[in-house]
Design a protein. Structure first.
Lengths: 178, 150
Protein backbone atom coordinates (compact mmCIF):
# COMPACT_ATOMS: atom_id res chain seq x y z
CA UNK A 1 0.00 0.00 0.00
CA UNK A 2 1.42 3.36 -1.03
CA UNK A 3 0.81 5.75 1.90
CA UNK A 4 1.46 8.78 -0.29
CA UNK A 5 -1.30 7.72 -2.70
CA UNK A 6 -3.66 6.98 0.20
CA UNK A 7 -3.31 10.56 1.40
CA UNK A 8 -3.09 12.04 -2.11
CA UNK A 9 0.39 13.44 -1.59
CA UNK A 10 3.34 13.60 -3.94
CA UNK A 11 5.94 11.02 -2.81
CA UNK A 12 8.92 12.81 -1.29
CA UNK A 13 11.08 12.55 1.79
CA UNK A 14 11.12 16.23 2.63
CA UNK A 15 7.39 16.29 3.27
CA UNK A 16 5.68 19.44 4.52
CA UNK A 17 4.39 18.32 7.94
CA UNK A 18 1.66 21.00 7.87
CA UNK A 19 0.36 19.70 4.56
CA UNK A 20 0.42 16.13 5.85
CA UNK A 21 -1.43 17.16 8.99
CA UNK A 22 -4.20 19.06 7.16
CA UNK A 23 -4.67 16.38 4.50
CA UNK A 24 -5.00 13.77 7.24
CA UNK A 25 -7.59 15.82 9.13
CA UNK A 26 -9.59 16.47 5.98
CA UNK A 27 -9.77 12.79 5.12
CA UNK A 28 -10.55 11.73 8.69
CA UNK A 29 -13.43 14.18 8.77
CA UNK A 30 -14.81 12.98 5.45
CA UNK A 31 -14.51 9.33 6.50
CA UNK A 32 -15.93 9.75 10.01
CA UNK A 33 -18.61 7.09 10.73
CA UNK A 34 -21.05 9.77 11.93
CA UNK A 35 -21.20 11.13 8.40
CA UNK A 36 -22.16 7.76 6.96
CA UNK A 37 -24.87 6.56 9.34
CA UNK A 38 -27.47 6.44 6.55
CA UNK A 39 -25.29 4.52 4.11
CA UNK A 40 -25.73 0.78 3.47
CA UNK A 41 -23.69 -1.55 5.69
CA UNK A 42 -21.31 -2.56 2.90
CA UNK A 43 -20.47 1.05 2.18
CA UNK A 44 -20.02 1.83 5.87
CA UNK A 45 -17.57 -1.03 6.07
CA UNK A 46 -15.63 0.30 3.10
CA UNK A 47 -15.52 3.76 4.64
CA UNK A 48 -14.23 2.27 7.87
CA UNK A 49 -11.53 0.31 6.04
CA UNK A 50 -10.51 3.45 4.22
CA UNK A 51 -10.30 5.35 7.52
CA UNK A 52 -8.00 2.66 8.95
CA UNK A 53 -5.84 2.88 5.85
CA UNK A 54 -5.62 6.66 6.17
CA UNK A 55 -4.55 6.32 9.82
CA UNK A 56 -1.82 3.88 8.90
CA UNK A 57 -0.59 6.03 6.04
CA UNK A 58 -0.48 9.05 8.32
CA UNK A 59 1.53 7.20 10.97
CA UNK A 60 3.95 6.01 8.29
CA UNK A 61 4.50 9.41 6.71
CA UNK A 62 4.81 11.26 10.00
CA UNK A 63 7.84 9.13 10.91
CA UNK A 64 11.15 9.89 9.14
CA UNK A 65 12.31 6.28 9.13
CA UNK A 66 9.00 4.78 8.01
CA UNK A 67 8.53 7.47 5.36
CA UNK A 68 12.01 6.77 3.98
CA UNK A 69 11.25 3.05 3.92
CA UNK A 70 7.98 3.69 2.12
CA UNK A 71 9.83 5.75 -0.49
CA UNK A 72 12.46 3.06 -0.96
CA UNK A 73 9.67 0.51 -1.36
CA UNK A 74 8.07 2.71 -4.05
CA UNK A 75 11.41 2.70 -5.83
CA UNK A 76 11.40 -1.07 -5.77
CA UNK A 77 13.63 -1.64 -2.76
CA UNK A 78 11.10 -3.63 -0.77
CA UNK A 79 13.44 -4.82 1.92
CA UNK A 80 11.47 -6.79 4.44
CA UNK A 81 12.12 -5.65 7.99
CA UNK A 82 13.34 -9.09 9.05
CA UNK A 83 15.80 -9.40 6.19
CA UNK A 84 19.45 -9.61 7.07
CA UNK A 85 21.57 -6.76 5.90
CA UNK A 86 25.27 -6.53 6.45
CA UNK A 87 25.84 -3.60 8.74
CA UNK A 88 28.77 -1.26 8.43
CA UNK A 89 31.32 -2.32 11.10
CA UNK A 90 32.25 1.29 11.80
CA UNK A 91 28.64 2.19 12.46
CA UNK A 92 28.27 -0.78 14.81
CA UNK A 93 31.41 0.23 16.66
CA UNK A 94 30.18 3.79 17.00
CA UNK A 95 26.74 2.67 18.21
CA UNK A 96 28.25 0.16 20.64
CA UNK A 97 30.49 2.84 22.16
CA UNK A 98 27.60 5.27 22.47
CA UNK A 99 25.38 2.65 24.07
CA UNK A 100 28.12 1.69 26.52
CA UNK A 101 28.66 5.32 27.47
CA UNK A 102 24.92 5.76 27.95
CA UNK A 103 24.72 2.59 30.04
CA UNK A 104 27.53 3.84 32.29
CA UNK A 105 25.96 7.28 32.65
CA UNK A 106 22.70 5.59 33.62
CA UNK A 107 24.39 3.51 36.31
CA UNK A 108 26.11 6.62 37.67
CA UNK A 109 22.77 8.47 37.48
CA UNK A 110 24.65 11.16 35.61
CA UNK A 111 21.78 12.90 33.81
CA UNK A 112 24.06 15.66 32.53
CA UNK A 113 26.09 13.06 30.66
CA UNK A 114 22.90 11.38 29.42
CA UNK A 115 21.76 14.72 28.00
CA UNK A 116 25.17 15.41 26.45
CA UNK A 117 25.15 12.01 24.73
CA UNK A 118 21.58 12.57 23.57
CA UNK A 119 22.57 15.92 22.06
CA UNK A 120 25.48 14.27 20.27
CA UNK A 121 23.32 11.52 18.80
CA UNK A 122 20.59 14.00 17.93
CA UNK A 123 23.14 16.01 15.93
CA UNK A 124 24.30 12.82 14.18
CA UNK A 125 20.70 12.00 13.39
CA UNK A 126 20.05 15.48 12.02
CA UNK A 127 23.10 15.14 9.79
CA UNK A 128 21.94 11.81 8.37
CA UNK A 129 18.44 13.19 7.94
CA UNK A 130 19.55 16.19 5.89
CA UNK A 131 21.76 13.89 3.85
CA UNK A 132 18.69 11.80 3.11
CA UNK A 133 16.66 14.88 2.13
CA UNK A 134 19.29 15.72 -0.50
CA UNK A 135 19.77 12.10 -1.61
CA UNK A 136 16.05 11.47 -2.07
CA UNK A 137 15.61 14.77 -3.91
CA UNK A 138 18.40 13.80 -6.31
CA UNK A 139 17.08 10.27 -6.84
CA UNK A 140 15.80 9.69 -10.39
CA UNK A 141 12.32 8.18 -10.71
CA UNK A 142 13.74 4.98 -12.16
CA UNK A 143 16.59 4.53 -9.70
CA UNK A 144 18.57 1.30 -9.92
CA UNK A 145 19.06 -0.92 -6.90
CA UNK A 146 22.68 0.24 -6.67
CA UNK A 147 21.47 3.80 -6.18
CA UNK A 148 19.02 2.75 -3.48
CA UNK A 149 21.29 0.69 -1.24
CA UNK A 150 23.33 3.64 0.09
CA UNK A 151 20.06 5.32 1.03
CA UNK A 152 18.84 2.16 2.73
CA UNK A 153 22.11 2.09 4.70
CA UNK A 154 21.51 5.65 5.88
CA UNK A 155 17.98 4.70 6.95
CA UNK A 156 19.48 1.87 9.03
CA UNK A 157 21.81 4.41 10.60
CA UNK A 158 18.78 6.53 11.53
CA UNK A 159 17.23 3.50 13.21
CA UNK A 160 20.25 2.92 15.43
CA UNK A 161 20.23 6.58 16.45
CA UNK A 162 16.48 6.50 17.04
CA UNK A 163 16.85 3.42 19.23
CA UNK A 164 19.52 5.26 21.22
CA UNK A 165 17.28 8.29 21.70
CA UNK A 166 14.37 6.04 22.75
CA UNK A 167 16.66 4.64 25.42
CA UNK A 168 17.50 8.19 26.54
CA UNK A 169 13.77 8.93 26.90
CA UNK A 170 13.31 5.79 28.96
CA UNK A 171 16.18 6.78 31.27
CA UNK A 172 14.80 10.29 31.66
CA UNK A 173 11.28 8.99 32.39
CA UNK A 174 12.70 6.65 34.99
CA UNK A 175 14.71 9.45 36.61
CA UNK A 176 11.63 11.65 36.79
CA UNK A 177 9.54 8.90 38.31
CA UNK A 178 12.02 8.17 41.09
CA UNK B 1 3.50 -11.05 24.61
CA UNK B 2 4.94 -12.98 27.51
CA UNK B 3 8.57 -13.96 27.79
CA UNK B 4 9.36 -17.54 28.71
CA UNK B 5 10.78 -18.24 32.18
CA UNK B 6 14.17 -19.02 30.68
CA UNK B 7 14.32 -15.68 28.88
CA UNK B 8 13.41 -13.86 32.09
CA UNK B 9 16.00 -15.84 34.04
CA UNK B 10 18.77 -14.92 31.57
CA UNK B 11 17.53 -11.35 31.33
CA UNK B 12 17.48 -10.79 35.09
CA UNK B 13 20.64 -12.75 35.77
CA UNK B 14 22.62 -12.63 32.54
CA UNK B 15 25.73 -14.76 32.57
CA UNK B 16 29.10 -13.60 31.26
CA UNK B 17 28.34 -9.92 30.78
CA UNK B 18 31.58 -8.07 30.20
CA UNK B 19 34.47 -7.31 27.95
CA UNK B 20 37.64 -9.12 26.90
CA UNK B 21 40.66 -7.31 25.49
CA UNK B 22 39.96 -7.13 21.79
CA UNK B 23 43.66 -6.55 21.02
CA UNK B 24 44.56 -9.90 22.58
CA UNK B 25 45.47 -12.26 19.69
CA UNK B 26 43.64 -15.14 21.42
CA UNK B 27 40.42 -13.13 21.70
CA UNK B 28 37.86 -13.11 18.90
CA UNK B 29 35.30 -10.32 18.80
CA UNK B 30 31.97 -10.40 17.00
CA UNK B 31 30.04 -7.17 16.70
CA UNK B 32 26.63 -7.41 15.08
CA UNK B 33 23.52 -5.31 14.82
CA UNK B 34 19.87 -5.66 13.95
CA UNK B 35 19.04 -2.75 11.67
CA UNK B 36 15.33 -3.56 11.94
CA UNK B 37 15.26 -2.72 15.64
CA UNK B 38 18.53 -0.85 16.23
CA UNK B 39 19.92 -3.39 18.68
CA UNK B 40 23.64 -4.05 18.96
CA UNK B 41 25.43 -7.11 20.33
CA UNK B 42 29.11 -7.76 21.04
CA UNK B 43 30.22 -11.30 21.76
CA UNK B 44 33.83 -12.19 22.58
CA UNK B 45 35.61 -15.48 23.05
CA UNK B 46 39.04 -16.27 24.46
CA UNK B 47 40.45 -19.32 22.76
CA UNK B 48 43.39 -21.54 23.65
CA UNK B 49 45.39 -21.44 20.39
CA UNK B 50 46.91 -24.88 21.05
CA UNK B 51 43.66 -26.76 21.59
CA UNK B 52 41.20 -24.35 19.93
CA UNK B 53 38.99 -24.65 23.00
CA UNK B 54 36.95 -21.63 24.08
CA UNK B 55 38.18 -20.82 27.58
CA UNK B 56 36.08 -17.77 28.25
CA UNK B 57 33.21 -15.89 26.65
CA UNK B 58 31.74 -12.49 27.36
CA UNK B 59 29.00 -10.42 25.82
CA UNK B 60 27.42 -7.03 25.92
CA UNK B 61 24.05 -6.57 24.32
CA UNK B 62 21.91 -3.49 24.03
CA UNK B 63 18.53 -4.75 23.04
CA UNK B 64 15.40 -6.51 24.17
CA UNK B 65 15.20 -9.31 26.73
CA UNK B 66 15.33 -12.01 24.06
CA UNK B 67 18.50 -10.57 22.53
CA UNK B 68 20.16 -10.46 25.96
CA UNK B 69 18.99 -13.97 26.80
CA UNK B 70 20.18 -15.32 23.43
CA UNK B 71 23.67 -13.90 23.84
CA UNK B 72 23.87 -14.97 27.49
CA UNK B 73 22.94 -18.51 26.48
CA UNK B 74 25.45 -18.63 23.63
CA UNK B 75 28.36 -17.52 25.83
CA UNK B 76 27.40 -20.23 28.31
CA UNK B 77 27.15 -22.88 25.61
CA UNK B 78 30.43 -22.22 23.84
CA UNK B 79 32.63 -22.29 26.93
CA UNK B 80 34.63 -25.52 26.92
CA UNK B 81 33.76 -26.26 23.31
CA UNK B 82 36.19 -26.20 20.41
CA UNK B 83 35.69 -23.40 17.90
CA UNK B 84 34.61 -25.98 15.32
CA UNK B 85 31.88 -27.18 17.68
CA UNK B 86 30.91 -23.60 18.45
CA UNK B 87 30.75 -22.84 14.72
CA UNK B 88 28.13 -25.57 14.31
CA UNK B 89 25.74 -23.79 16.66
CA UNK B 90 22.40 -23.02 15.06
CA UNK B 91 19.96 -20.29 15.97
CA UNK B 92 17.18 -22.93 16.07
CA UNK B 93 18.86 -24.44 19.15
CA UNK B 94 18.59 -21.06 20.88
CA UNK B 95 14.96 -20.70 19.85
CA UNK B 96 14.21 -24.14 21.27
CA UNK B 97 16.08 -23.66 24.53
CA UNK B 98 14.58 -20.23 25.23
CA UNK B 99 11.18 -20.96 23.75
CA UNK B 100 11.36 -17.82 21.62
CA UNK B 101 8.18 -16.77 19.80
CA UNK B 102 8.37 -16.19 16.01
CA UNK B 103 8.70 -12.40 16.38
CA UNK B 104 11.86 -12.91 18.44
CA UNK B 105 13.62 -15.38 16.20
CA UNK B 106 15.78 -12.60 14.76
CA UNK B 107 17.35 -12.24 18.24
CA UNK B 108 18.64 -15.80 18.03
CA UNK B 109 19.87 -15.14 14.49
CA UNK B 110 21.78 -12.16 15.82
CA UNK B 111 23.43 -14.30 18.52
CA UNK B 112 24.39 -16.94 15.94
CA UNK B 113 25.89 -14.24 13.71
CA UNK B 114 27.76 -12.82 16.69
CA UNK B 115 29.45 -16.09 17.70
CA UNK B 116 30.33 -16.90 14.08
CA UNK B 117 31.84 -13.50 13.55
CA UNK B 118 33.79 -13.80 16.82
CA UNK B 119 35.22 -17.14 15.66
CA UNK B 120 36.05 -15.65 12.25
CA UNK B 121 37.86 -12.78 13.97
CA UNK B 122 39.90 -15.19 16.12
CA UNK B 123 40.84 -17.31 13.08
CA UNK B 124 41.86 -14.23 11.13
CA UNK B 125 44.10 -13.07 13.98
CA UNK B 126 45.73 -16.50 14.23
CA UNK B 127 46.39 -16.61 10.50
CA UNK B 128 47.94 -13.17 10.60
CA UNK B 129 50.20 -14.30 13.42
CA UNK B 130 51.25 -17.39 11.53
CA UNK B 131 52.02 -15.31 8.47
CA UNK B 132 54.08 -12.98 10.61
CA UNK B 133 55.86 -15.83 12.38
CA UNK B 134 56.91 -17.39 9.09
CA UNK B 135 58.83 -14.19 8.50
CA UNK B 136 57.08 -12.60 5.56
CA UNK B 137 58.33 -9.15 6.44
CA UNK B 138 61.82 -8.86 7.93
CA UNK B 139 61.32 -5.24 8.94
CA UNK B 140 58.80 -6.17 11.63
CA UNK B 141 61.43 -8.10 13.60
CA UNK B 142 62.21 -5.08 15.74
CA UNK B 143 58.62 -4.71 16.88
CA UNK B 144 57.85 -5.90 20.39
CA UNK B 145 55.93 -9.13 20.63
CA UNK B 146 52.24 -8.79 21.33
CA UNK B 147 51.91 -11.68 23.74
CA UNK B 148 49.06 -11.11 26.17
CA UNK B 149 50.43 -10.42 29.60
CA UNK B 150 48.57 -12.34 32.20
Amino acid sequence: MDPFATLGLVPRFDLDQGELESRYRELQKALHPDKHTGAPASQRRMTLNKAVEVNEAYRTLRDDIKRAQALLALHGNAQASGEREVADPELLMEVMELREALGEAKVRRDLTEVKALAARVDALRAGVRSGLVAAFAALPASAAAAQLSPLAAQVSRLKYYQRFLDEVSAIEDEAEAS
Amino acid sequence: MAYSDKVIEHYEHPLNVGTLDKEDPTVGTGLVGAPACGDVMRLQIKVNPETNVVEDAKFKTFGCGSAIASSSLVTEWVKGKTIDEAMALKNSQIVEELNLPPVKIHCSVLAEDAIKSAIADFRKKQEERKAQASGVAGSTAAQPSVQPQK
